[in-house]
Design a protein around this ligand. Structure first.
Ligand code: ZN
Length: 183
């Protein structure tokens, strides 16, 4: 079932997600709905907060672009993106490595807003799956960026927080309009 994506400044987007202690049928259904919702909106990632649920559950799928990474290891083994995506993960812990790189990001909770965001290029993410597995995912490129963007959501952080002060100034009016429209 497609769920409604909430837009900035909906307060749930600023809410730190509760860790998922137990994967219930409700959580599985939410995760399946989130995938459907993300594909319908042509996104590459979606966090539970974006459909109104403040829990640590997110999804990422960047497999449309196999060239967007230069490596991918899961629990130490080399993998293809298509073997790992769509990735549904809970309770992530990230170690960020590599030098910071800027690239354009968008967010389904900010229609029409895009901007350069500086992030460490590589990530080592320790996540849990809905089947109770723990995965250590090491990667770079768009996959790293998307995992970082979605993990930010799970902790109430938004990509606008990571924009340069010049960019923040430039989008002030747009944010104000969103506050009026969706607040
Ligand atoms: Zn987002």
């Amino acid at each position: 079932m497609i769920r409604k994506i909430v837009f900035y400044p909906e307060p749930v987007l600023r809410t730190v997600g509760k860790p998922v202690e137990e994967v219930t049928d409700e959580i599985r259904e939410l995760a399946a709905d989130m995938l459907e919702t993300m594909y319908e909106a042509s996104g590459v990632g979606l966090a539970a907060q974006q459909v109104g649920e403040a829990i640590q559950l997110a999804i990422v799928d960047v497999s449309h672009d196999p060239e967007c990474i230069s490596y991918l290891r899961v629990n130490g083994e080399e993998k293809e993106l298509s073997e790992v995506c769509p990735l549904t993960f809970i309770n992530p812990k990230l170690e960020l490595v590599g030098k910071k790189e800027a690239d354009v990001e968008g967010c389904l909770s900010f229609p029409d807003l895009r901007g350069d965001i500086l992030r460490p290029s590589e990530v080592k993410a320790t996540v849990e799956t809905l089947d109770g597995e723990t995965l250590v995912i090491e990667t770079d490129g768009l996959f790293s960026r998307a995992i970082q963007h979605e993990t930010d959501h799970l902790f109430g952080k938004l990509f606008i927080d990571r924009m340069s002060s010049a960019k923040k100034l430039a989008i002030r009016r747009q944010l104000k309009e969103m506050q009026e429209q969706y607040g």
